[in-house]
Write a protein that binds this ligand. Sequence first.
Ligand code: BGP
Length: 479
Amino acid sequence: MSFPKKFLWGGATAANQCEGAWNVDGKGVSCADVCTGGNQTSPRRITPVIEDGTFYPSHEAIDHYHHYKEDIALFAEMGFKVYRFSINWTRIFPTGEEETPNEKGLQFYDDLIDECLKYHIEPLITISHYEVPFALTVKYNGWTDRKMIDIYLKYCETIFKRYKGKVKYWLTFNEINGGVVGFGAYLSQGILNEGTVDLVHQADDPQKRFQALHHQFVASAKAVKLAHEIDEDYKVGCMQIFATMYPLTSNPDDVIKTQQLNQVINWFCSDVQVRGAYPEFMNRYFKKEHLDIVMEEKDQAVLKEGCVDFYTFSYYSSMCQSVDPKAEKRQGNIIEGAKNPHLKSSDWGWQIDPQGLRYALNEIYGRYQIPIMLVENGLGAYDKLEEDGSIIDDYRIDYLRQHIEAMHEAVLDGVELIGYTPWGCIDLVSASTGQMAKRYGFIYVDKQDDGSGDFSRKKKKSFDWYKKVIQSNGEDLEN
Ligand code: BGP
């Protein structure tokens, strides 16, 4: 048998993409709340002042805030062992800097966690998932300012103490390496440079991004240490985007370019968080890019003392890399590359590559030898309601089946994979485009891109399929 007996099957969401209730019970405004809806051709705009008559998808999202009991009951029906969700930082500290936390916000997560525990579902909590308080963007330009470290730690301490005894698994930052590329600056780091109008074409300042990353590394390391001090049973992980990369050709120039991009995009941040030190190759990169990272003397020791307990990542697609400027491009999750002639793409152009997941798992485990969870994976697709109201999402089942098969192979290869939480286990707002039409869920939610819909939930065909997968511990993948 392949998957370990206690394998954590489940699903994943993020507060800003599912909760809604953006200004309810004392919640403050987050970076996501000032992002308009968009689609593949018109990017989401960032509007520091909320515009009348403009649609902001996070404001209502799928109203998980008021439907969490129903949603968790459905997760339990599928047999979830784990539910990955994030805490909305602005429910706890509305502007990030209040003296005391917002009790109603804390209470909401008490209730949500209790609801999970009622069904023996293990909560896996992302502390910061694209929800930086917008007030901190305005005041400090987000993580560019070192003051963010203490602000974040106060938030961590509050939730580590409050949920002690109920929660075991924490992730410090969602897809921290998003900050390595321009696209990640706003949502991941709360950076809003003058001249930025939309999420896709941000006025980029790499110096700020890499400085912000350093602050996030220090904050993450301190959070790991603090978590262990508060509860020795806490397990704290990092969370990375892993974009498997292949050289487009056997031209050694393509191979070296791929290796260098791999180092900076896929390995830099996890090397710091898992091994507790900057990898050597970054010195040359910083020189080449004229980046000068300001560090305090004690930072190195802090990083060393705050190594994570486990590694988690998102995996959606792979891409090729090439020195040929004419090579046809393909977009992936935040990272882009060249088209792979052997792969098909999703409706959003993300190349589908289950083998790339087996490759990634082997590479990651070979490098770090610590437990791994795949905490995001899935197919964003248009779903169609049949006349009888059913949703036959065979394309999603195919995608997930092939990726579970790849996980199975990796486990047989010797990788210590301990859990799997497919992304958007219930339909939610897309982070990159702001659409509802880009659906990932086993559960359909009646909420559309024009803001219409009654929030009713409906099981898709994949719901029963995934239930069977969990019941059989990954053995029965038949559709
Ligand atoms: C990751 C994010 C998620 C999620 C997912 C899918 O980058 O961690 O928040 O949204 O990708 O991306 P999208 O929503 O753009 O389809």
